[in-house]
Ligand binder design. Structure first.
Ligand code: UDP
Ligand code: MG
Length: 314
């Protein structure tokens, strides 16, 4: 009987989560105890230096369904999630953070929804438990992203989502080094659905995504999923050339009609400065793309694994 049960893999990046991790395992296990599914945890430790790893390892001694991949050092959440998805064996993969902001009690609803024949079910937050400043920044972020990339991203996207094996395999086949996860998810497309889920405060500990990290993510998103900055460069360059031709014609005509005027050095100086600045700015944009291309071309492994627990090394 249990042979026929489908396997659900929880793919979970962890980074300094010693205060949350045991509570997370407990809450998820309670939920699954009443469900007709087998489950496994695929934790990827992204270089924590607290007790996260030792707590997981201790739990993994008695529970072989707890699997752990330890990175040698911090590679970032995107790489951690990718590693977890690569190592998950499940028919369904449930992606969650261990801080319990998206509560495990919602798991049955995700399973129910994906059974309806979807490849991916996103959780969407009814309300975000965050301060007004962060909320404003994140709504600007998603708005800009949609404008720049044309990706149709559901509003109020939560971390929690479930997808099937087919979707997971597609994800793994994305070869890119610069991995903006939400973008890749949207790019895969397939049949998807959303459900509204409740939200809690982080169970314990603090968010690792401060303003700087969030900005870096926004930056990644725009440069990895959009060529708009390059196109804008061409447009603005064209407009500048057009204006300068117009002004040259203007000066020439004025001279032709013997209008005498004093050349303004300060304005000339500021125009030169402005033009040089713009050139430097756009050269910088090219530089950013070239840097990213360089990283792709090198094709280095996304992460370096130090040790695995309850996983056969291949
Ligand atoms: N995380 C990670 N590597 C990092 C930073 C964060 O694997 O370099 C994990 C972290 O353990 C958590 C998830 O990413 O599971 C989201 O982080 P957090 O809850 O701090 O961010 P927030 O929910 O506030 O966006
Ligand atoms: Mg969180």
């Amino acid at each position: 009987m249990s042979e026929q049960k489908k396997l659900v893999s929880l793919v979970v990046p962890v980074y300094f989560e010693e205060e949350c991790i045991m509570q997370f395992i407990k809450e998820v296990s309670v939920v699954f105890s009443t469900l007709p599914y087998n489950y496994e945890f695929v934790f990827v430790d992204d270089g924590s230096m607290d007790n996260t790893v030792s707590l997981i390892k201790r739990a993994a001694v008695t529970n072989l369904q707890i699997k752990l991949i330890e990175f040698s050092y911090n590679h970032g959440k995107q790489a951690a999630v990718t590693a977890a998805i690569k190592h998950a064996k499940g028919d369904y993969l449930l992606y969650m953070d261990p801080d319990l902001q998206d509560p495990p009690v919602e798991i049955p609803r995700f399973l129910e929804e994906i059974q309806k024949g979807f490849d991916l079910v996103f959780g969407v937050r009814s309300e975000k438990k965050d301060n007004p400043m962060n909320r404003m920044l994140s709504s600007i972020f998603w708005w800009v992203l949609e404008k720049f990339t044309g990706l149709q991203i559901p509003r109020g996207l939560a971390v929690m989502r479930i997808f099937n094996r087919k979707f997971a395999d597609r994800f793994i086949n994305y070869p890119e080094q610069n991995r903006f996860i939400e973008g890749i998810f949207m790019h895969i497309g397939l049949k998807r659905s959303t459900i509204v889920i409740s939200q809690r405060e982080r169970f314990a500990g603090v968010s690792k995504f401060n303003f700087k990290r969030k900005m870096r993510l926004a930056f990644d998103a725009i440069f990895d999923f959009s060529e708009l900055p390059l196109k804008v460069t061409v447009k603005i360059g064209f407009i500048m050339v057009f204006i300068s031709i117009l002004s040259l014609i203007g000066i020439f005509t004025a001279r032709m009609f013997f209008i005498h005027f004093q050349t303004g050095w300060p304005s000339l100086f500021s125009i030169i400065l402005g033009a040089a600045g713009l050139q430097l700015f756009f050269t910088g944009i090219f530089g950013i793309y070239i840097g990213r291309i360089y990283r792709e071309v090198k094709g280095r492994p996304l992460y370096s694994i130090k040790e695995v627990t309850n996983i056969e090394e291949s």
